[in-house]
Structures are given as structure tokens and as C-alpha cells.
Design a protein around this ligand. Structure first.
Ligand code: TNX
Length: 505
């Protein structure tokens, strides 16, 4: 107790007080995703409320990351700009050109201090997640020993994401922030928001206000729905940006558009607005592909969303347009790509879009048909891997799971982990793949507790597939590491699925 008092009272002179190290082997620590290389040096350094996080004084971004690290560890910790020499007991966040990868980092922990170095702030943020996992969830006002050693790390894939369907059921800004925190913890860098579908339109479009005034007011099962104002959306963007996560907005079209068609009669070929839809069927709705107003609508919607989206991508959906004739579908997707380009974004679409002529830089999201995806690859497109039987977070874990669907099979924690995006389909090779994404469709999921149950622990596995080197991935070893994350998931208040495949601790 006295030691603690001393540490916080005499912060400036604390260099003299050393807490004796303990032998800690960091190779026994469960880091998910597993880092590229880890050398343990079997000693420790004490992190205490007297610890200061020092950041490169030249970078405002590092200061913000320091603040986040403080918030993860202990409110008592200070964040300060660094100048001078390193001193005992502190954490140093710095940038260096010598590190090649833009998300890579080197974490060096010795008996005197912790030093985290990266090429970009993004890499520092990823490394901060490793520091968190080397310590208990919250250190609060206690003294915690962090094991010494050196970790060199960088991601395998550049696109490592999850999708949240806020259309079938709506989730609040707070819920989306929670989801973002989960992604950040496991070093994921993409959150795809499925913003519109038959059952709800969830993003304010100022030039088409009825989309939310009418189309945002219900949900699957007839609930009350909801929507993000553009201010809400900007708040999500900012929260994600601070955690180095890119938001990918999706407006699904020309199918999956009943909410829009119900809000504006003129978007229908027969000029009649259908009722809102609250059931779960897919494939019955389509925008009218040969009306000019449809493309005015696209231009306005894509333009407004693109103008408040800093990330490079815009997702046009394009799946299950069973009510659109193929020639109309092709015409529509070709035009939609041009409109996205006009607003400065890169197109992503579900694998059906390869029926159209893909424009420069278009990305295909493989969910259903390899042959569609291969058609994209042949046109030079990059691929996001979301094969439903492996990567769908809305599939049940087993036949007893209450929530979720079963059309793509059950996805136990091992099934979710044991696959390699670059080896799943012979014609989709590593070079064609941008990364992977695990989508959570929300027909059966209505609140954040239920989201947590479907997402965890599978998400940790998808994160490792995306980040870690193939040669370091192994289910028998992974399940032991995951078992040790039980306490972390509990501390994060996540209602995770207690799979029998994991020897939980
Ligand atoms: C198929 S996956 C859909 C969604 C559903 C999902 C349910 C995809 C591109 N389309 O509309 O919500 O199945 O698992």
C-alpha cells in the first residue's frame, strides 16, 4: 500500500522504486490472434497506477491511442508527451519508419519499460491490443506484472471484418460501438453495416426523408425499428476511426428493397407502394431498373452516404435479386458501379454482381457461389471471403441453438476456425483475396446480448484466420488459447456460447 502511495505521489521521481521482477513466460500467454513471432525472456515488469504512458510528442493520434490504452487499463495511469530518456515502469508508444507493414508493430518488454513501435498509429493501436492481452482485463489500482520479451507482428490479410445487419433488427449507436470494441480487441479492421433491406431502411437520407420516416419504422416480427440520423452515423464513423476500423456502408439493391419501395411509390414499376414487410422471406422485391428516377435515387443515396464515409468502400449489395430479370440486373449493376465511382468510392457487391461487367477495382464478396466468384476473379476483381457454411455468424452452432438459422449448416467453433480462405476454392488464390468477413444477419437476433452469443467465440477465430500466419494456426493449440479467454469475454460482459469443444478455464 505504501509503495503504491509512493508511486502515485512521487510520479516524477519514481525511477528509484523498483518492484522486484517475477519469472513470467509470455509464450504461455494466450494471445488471439497469435502473433507472427514471440520471444520470451522470462522476467517481468510491474505496471501500476504510477505507470505513465509516454507518446511521441509529434503525433496527436498516438496521444489518443495512449488515452485509449489508459481507459483499458486503469484510470489512474497518465498519458504524457515523451521527450528525454526512458525511465523505469513506463509504457512508450512510438513510430518508426524501420517497421515495414502499415499495421505491423514491435512490442518490446524488458524489466524497465514497455516499448511499442509501429510504422503507423494503426500499428500502435493493434499492438495496444496485445498489451491488453498480456495483462488482466482491468488493472485498476493494483500492481500487475507483465512478462518480458519481444513480439513482432503484422497481419496476413488487409481486410478483416464482420458485418452487422441493422436492417432486419435495428441496433443502437451504443450497440454498434460495443460491436466495434469487440472487433478492435481482436485486431479486426472492418465493420460492414448492412443498412437497408426489405424490412427496414436504417440511414437518414436528407433528400428522400420518407425512407426513414416510413421505411425505418418497423423490423422483422413487426417491432418498432429505428434508424441512424446522419449525425448518429458520423458518431459511429468517428468511434470506429479512433479504433482504426473502417466502416463499409451497404445499401442493398436492386433486390432487398421493399422498405424503399414502400416509402416511395415512384420507385416501383407499377407506381404503387407495397406495404412494409416484417417476415423473413428474401428475393421478392426489386427497384424498377428502367426508370430514370431509380438512378436519381441511387445518385442521391450513394452521394449522401459517400460524403460522410471516409473509408474507401461502398457496398451495393446485389444479392438474391430474384424479382429482377437478368438483363435488367446487369444493366442496373453496371450503372450502380458508375454512380459509386462518381462519388469516389470502390464498389463491393455480393457474388451475384459478377453477372454484370465488373468495373475497375470492384470487389466481390463470396458468400454463396464459387462459380460467381471465379467469374469475378477472371475479370480481375479482388475477393472478400464470407463462405456461408464457414463464416456466417447467424448460423446456429448446433441443432440445439435457439437463435440463428440453419440453411448453410451448423457452424461450431471448430468449423468456424478450421478453414483457409486461400485454399477453399482452387480457383480463388491468395493473390485474389483481400481478406475475410463474418456476416451477422439479424432476422433472429434482436439485442446486443443475443448478438454477443452468436458472435462469440466464433469471432476470435475469424480474427485469427485474418490476422495470423497460416503456418501458426492449429485448432488443437488454438482451442487452449481460446479457453483462457473466457475470463476476458466475461469481463467484457459478453454472453458467449460455451461450446463443449473448448476446454474452458
Ligand atoms: C442470405 S447472405 C442473405 C441474407 C439473409 C441471410 C440469412 C446474403 C447475401 N443474403 O439476405 O439475411 O441469407 O442467413
Amino acid at each position: 500500500f505504501f509503495l503504491l502511495l509512493n508511486l502515485s505521489a512521487c510520479k516524477k521521481e519514481k525511477a528509484v522504486i523498483k518492484i522486484p521482477p517475477q519469472p513470467i513466460d509470455i509464450s504461455l500467454t494466450s494471445i488471439i490472434p497469435v502473433p507472427v513471432s514471440l520471444e520470451a525472456s522470462n522476467s517481468s515488469l510491474a505496471i501500476t497506477p504510477g505507470t505513465t504512458i509516454f507518446v511521441d510528442s509529434t503525433s496527436k493520434e498516438l496521444y489518443a491511442i495512449g488515452k485509449l490504452l489508459k481507459s483499458y487499463l486503469s484510470d489512474s495511469i497518465h498519458v504524457e508527451a515523451f521527450s528525454g530518456s526512458k525511465q523505469y515502469g513506463n509504457i512508450y508508444l512510438t513510430l518508426a519508419d524501420s517497421i515495414e507493414h502499415k499495421e505491423g508493430y514491435i512490442l518490446n518488454i524488458n524489466e524497465d519499460y514497455v516499448e511499442l513501435t509501429a510504422n503507423q498509429p494503426e500499428g500502435v493501436f493493434r499492438g495496444v491490443q496485445t498489451i491488453r492481452q498480456l495483462l488482466p482485463v482491468k488493472i485498476n489500482d493494483s500492481v500487475q506484472h507483465i512478462g518480458t520479451g519481444r513480439i513482432t507482428d503484422y497481419p496476413n490479410y488487409e481486410y478483416r471484418g464482420a458485418m452487422l445487419d441493422v436492417a432486419r433488427h435495428f441496433f443502437s449507436v451504443e450497440d454498434v460501438k460495443t460491436f466495434i470494441d469487440w472487433l478492435a480487441y481482436y485486431k479486426m479492421n472492418i465493420l460492414h453495416l448492412h443498412l437497408t433491406d426489405d424490412q427496414g431502411w436504417r440511414i437518414e437520407i436528407k433528400s428522400w426523408p420518407n425512407l426513414t420516416a416510413h421505411g425505418g419504422q418497423t423490423a422483422v416480427g413487426g417491432g418498432k425499428g429505428g434508424f441512424f440520423t446522419q449525425e448518429d452515423y458520423k458518431e459511429i464513423i468517428k468511434y470506429a476511426e479512433e479504433r482504426y476500423i473502417t466502416i463499409v456502408p451497404e445499401v442493398d439493391m436492386p433486390g432487398h428493397t421493399n422498405a424503399a419501395l414502400s416509402s416511395y411509390a415512384e420507385l416501383n414499376c407499377d407506381g404503387k407502394a407495397p406495404e412494409m414487410y416484417t417476415k423473413m422471406k428474401v428475393g421478392f422485391s426489386t427497384l424498377c431498373t428502367d426508370k430514370d428516377i431509380t438512378y436519381k435515387f441511387l445518385d442521391d443515396v450513394i452521394g449522401e452516404i459517400a460524403s460522410i464515409t471516409p473509408g474507401p468502400y461502398f457496398h451495393i449489395g446485389g444479392d438474391e435479386s430474384h424479382a429482377t430479370k437478368l438483363k435488367d440486373y446487369i444493366f442496373f449493376i453496371n450503372k450502380a458501379q458508375d454512380i459509386v465511382h462518381k462519388h469516389g468510392k470502390r464498389v463491393i457487391g455480393w457474388d451475384e454482381i459478377t453477372h454484370a461487367t465488373l468495373k475497375e477495382n470492384t470487389v466481390v464478396q463470396y458468400w454463396n457461389k464459387a462459380e460467381n466468384t471465379v467469374k469475378g476473379v477472371e475479370q480481375g476483381a479482388k475477393v472478400i471471403m464470407s463462405p456461408a457454411p464457414k463464416a456466417y455468424l447467424d448460423m446456429k452452432y448446433n441443432k440445439e441453438t435457439e437463435l440463428g438459422l440453419g440453411w448453410a449448416g451448423y457452424i461450431e467453433v471448430d468449423t468456424a476456425y478450421i478453414w483457409n480462405p486461400a485454399k477453399l476454392e482452387p480457383e480463388i488464390k491468395r493473390d485474389n483475396i483481400l481478406g475475410l468477413e463474418a456476416p451477422l444477419w439479424s432476422e433472429t437476433v434482436t439485442n446486443i446480448e443475443e448478438v454477443g452469443y452468436m458472435v462469440f467465440p466464433r469471432l476470435a477465430g475469424y480474427a485469427e484466420i485474418g490476422w495470423s500466419q497460416d503456418s501458426l494456426r492449429n485448432w488443437d493449440e488454438y482451442k487452449l488459447r481460446l479457453a483462457k479467454h473466457a475470463d476476458r469475454l466475461k469481463a467484457l460482459k459478453i454472453n458467449y456460447y460455451k461450446s463443449e469443444k473448448i476446454p474452458w478455464e
